[in-house]
Design a protein around this ligand. Structure first.
Ligand code: NAI
Ligand code: MG
Length: 363
C-alpha cells in the first residue's frame, strides 16, 4: 500500500554525489508526474565534508530530529579523503544513519543490464538477476571485545559475533517475504555452520523454525565459501540470498561486480517497520578522481531512486523506471553513455537526461 505523498530528505554529500543527485531527482519527478503521485524533496547540506570543514562536525546536533520526519533519505555519496579522513566522514554520517535509524536490512539487486559488458563469460541479461539481503546492524560487526596485554608476548584480541533472536529473525523474515513475492520463489541462506559452530547453526536453526509458513518456497543453504564460487560459476541459479552482516557484505559486493560496472549499482538501507526513515543510495562513493569532469555515471543514483519507489509500493512507476534504464542502456549509444560504460562523448547530463526522457515516453 503506498502513501500518496512521499517526503524525501535529499543529501547529495560530496564529490560526484553532488553531480548525479540532480538526475536522480529529475527521474523521480518524471515518474511521479506520469504515475500521479507526489514527492516532496527537501535538501540538506550536512553529511558532507564541506559541512565538516565549515562546522567541525559532519552533521548538526539535531540531525536525528530533522531527518526523523521524512519517509526516506535519498543519499549521494560522502568522502573527500584529501581533506577529511574517511573514518571521520563515514562514521560521522552514513554509519550513524544506518545504526540510529535501525536500518537493519541492506538490500542490493544484482542484475545484468542489457548493453553492460559482463565480467563473467557467456552471460546475457536475464542470466543474472538476484537480490542480496544483508543483516545490517549486528552479527560479526560488533563492538563487543577488546585487547589485553598489548605489546607483550601475551597480547590477545577478541571480537565477539553477536546474534540476537530479534536481529536474526527479522532479517530472515524479510528475506522469506521478498522471496515469496518473486516468481522464482527461491531463497538461499549463506551459512558456515561447519566452521563457525555456535552462531551459524543458530542462524540455520532460526531459518528452519521460521520457514514453516512458506511451503511454496524453495529454500536452500550453502556454506559461504562454496556460495561465492557458485555465484561466479552459476549466478543464474540464485534468486534471493540472505546473509549475516559479514557474509552479506561480501556477497553484496561480489554480486554487483558479477553484473558489471560500479557506476550503476544501487543499494537500500531499510528500516522496514517504518519507525525511522530508510536510506537509498548508489553503491559507489564520491569518486574524487573524476569529480568536476561531468562524466559520473548517474545510473546508480537513479536506480537507487527506483528502489525507493518500489519500497514504498509505487510498483508501476518503479517498473517503468527500471525499464527506462534498461532501454537506454540497451541502445548502446556512445554519445549518450558515460565513459565507464564504453561511451564516447557521453556525460552525466546526456545519460541522465536520456533516462528521464525515456521515463516520460514510457508513461
Ligand atoms: P568510489 O566508488 O568513489 O570510486 C571507485 C572507482 O570507481 C573510481 O575510479 C571512480 O572514478 C569509479 N566510479 C565510482 N562511481 C562512479 C560513477 N558513478 N561513474 C563512473 N565511475 C565511477 O570509491 P573510492 O575511490 O574507494 O572512495 C572515494 C571516496 O568515497 C572515499 O572518501 C570513500 O570513503 C567514499 N565512499 C563513500 C561511499 C558512500 O558514500 N556510500 C561508498 C564508498 C566510498
Ligand atoms: Mg562492502
Amino acid at each position: 500500500m503506498s502513501k500518496q505523498t512521499l517526503n524525501i530528505a535529499v543529501i547529495a554529500g560530496d564529490g560526484i554525489g553532488i553531480e548525479v543527485m540532480p538526475f536522480g531527482v529529475r527521474c523521480l519527478k518524471a515518474a511521479a508526474s506520469v504515475y500521479g503521485f507526489s514527492l516532496e524533496f527537501t535538501e540538506f547540506d550536512f553529511a558532507s565534508c564541506e559541512y565538516y570543514l565549515k562546522n567541525g562536525k559532519m552533521m548538526p546536533n539535531d540531525w536525528k530530529e530533522k531527518l526523523s520526519q521524512f519517509d526516506a533519505i535519498y543519499f549521494g555519496a560522502v568522502g573527500m579523503p584529501n581533506l577529511v579522513p574517511d573514518h571521520v566522514s563515514l562514521w560521522g554520517s552514513l554509519l550513524k544513519f544506518r545504526r540510529e535509524f535501525d536500518q537493519y536490512i541492506n538490500l542490493r539487486p544484482c542484475r545484468l543490464m542489457p548493453g553492460v559488458p559482463c565480467p563473467l563469460a557467456n552471460k546475457k541479461p536475464g542470466d543474472i538477476d538476484f537480490w542480496v539481503v544483508r543483516e545490517n546492524t549486528e552479527g560479526e560487526y560488533s563492538s563487543v571485545g577488546g585487547k589485553m596485554f598489548e605489546d607483550t608476548e601475551r597480547e590477545i584480541v577478541v571480537q565477539e559475533t553477536i546474534m540476537t533472536r530479534v536481529g536474526v529473525d527479522r532479517v530472515l523474515k524479510y528475506a522469506l517475504e521478498l522471496a515469496s513475492s518473486r516468481p522464482k520463489k527461491h531463497l538461499t541462506s549463506a551459512t558456515k555452520s561447519n566452521g563457525i559452530s555456535i552462531t551459524m547453526p543458530y542462524w540455520d536453526d532460526r531459518l528452519q523454525k521460521l520457514q514453516g509458513g512458506y511451503e511454496d518456497l524453495k529454500i536452500d543453504k550453502f556454506h559461504i565459501d562454496i556460495l561465492t564460487a557458485w555465484l561466479v560459476l552459476r549466478p543464474e541459479q540464485f534468486d534471493v540470498i540472505v546473509g549475516s552482516n559479514l557474509f552479506g557484505d561480501i556477497l553484496s559486493d561480489l554480486g554487483p561486480a558479477c553484473a558489471g560496472t560500479i557506476g550503476i549499482a544501487p543499494s537500500a538501507n531499510l528500516n522496514p517497520d517504518g519507525k525511522f526513515p530508510s536510506l537509498f543510495e548508489p553503491v559507489h562513493g564520491s569518486a574524487p578522481d573524476i569529480v568536476g569532469k561531468g562524466i559520473a555515471n548517474p545510473v546508480g543514483m537513479i536506480w537507487a531512486g527506483q528502489m525507493m519507489l518500489e519500497h514504498f509500493g509505487f510498483k508501476e512507476a518503479a517498473a517503468a523506471m527500471l525499464k527506462a534504464i534498461e532501454n537506454v542502456l540497451a541502445r548502446q549509444e556512445a554519445h549518450v553513455l558515460t565513459p565507464d560504460m564504453g561511451g564516447k562523448g557521453g556525460s552525466t547530463e546526456s545519460l541522465g537526461s536520456a533516462i528521464e526522457k525515456e521515463i516520460l515516453a514510457l508513461g
